[in-house]
Design a protein around this ligand. Sequence first.
Ligand code: IMP
Ligand code: MG
Length: 179
Amino acid sequence: MRAPGPILISQEQLAVRNQELGAQISADYDRTTPVLISVLRGALYFLADLTREISIPIHLDLLAISRYGEVSDTTGIVKITKDLDINITGRDVLVVEDIIDTGLTLSYLLNYLERRRPKSLYVCTLLDNRARRLVDLPIRYTGFQIPDKFVVGYGLDWHEEYRHLPYIAVLEDGPGQLR
Ligand code: IMP
Ligand code: MG
C-alpha cells in the first residue's frame, strides 16, 4: 500500500528496536512473570512483535476503551468497554502502548489499574511525542522519540485507515481538527 507521507521509521528499524526492548524487558523481569497489558487497537502490532522478542514467561491481557469526545480529549476520562481478564493484584504489570501524546488517556488508565494494587506498574511505549505531553508518567521503556507530527502505520490509524502499514509514516497533510 502507498504511504500517506514520508516514512519516519522503517520495518528494519522497528525490528531492531523490538529486539533491543525485548532483551531489556527479559533481563529486567527475569525473576517474575509480568503481565503485559495493551489497549486496543493501536498497540496490537507492537505487542505482537515485541512479545516475540521476550525470552521469559509473560502473561498477556487487553483493555478496550471508548472515548467521550471532547471530554476525553481534555481529561483523559474514557469508558472501559473490555476489562482485564487476569487478576493483576500483586503482579508486575507493564502497559504496552503505541504512542503517548498528551498522556491523559494513559494517566487515567494507570490510575484505574493502580486501584487493583499491582506489585509494580510501568509503561513501555513504542513512540513518544514529548512535545505534547501534559502529565508525568512512569515510562520505563521507549522505542522512539518522535517529532510533533501525526503518524500512522504499524497499528496507528487515521480514522481507522493505515493501521496495517508495516512501517510508521507521517500523515502528510496532518490530522487537521481530527486528532
Ligand atoms: P493521549 O496521550 O491521551 O493524547 O492519546 C494518545 C492516543 O491518541 C494514542 O493511544 C493514539 O490512539 C492517539 N494518537 C495520538 N497521537 C497519534 C498519532 O500521531 N497518530 C495516530 N494516533 C495518535
Ligand atoms: Mg492507543
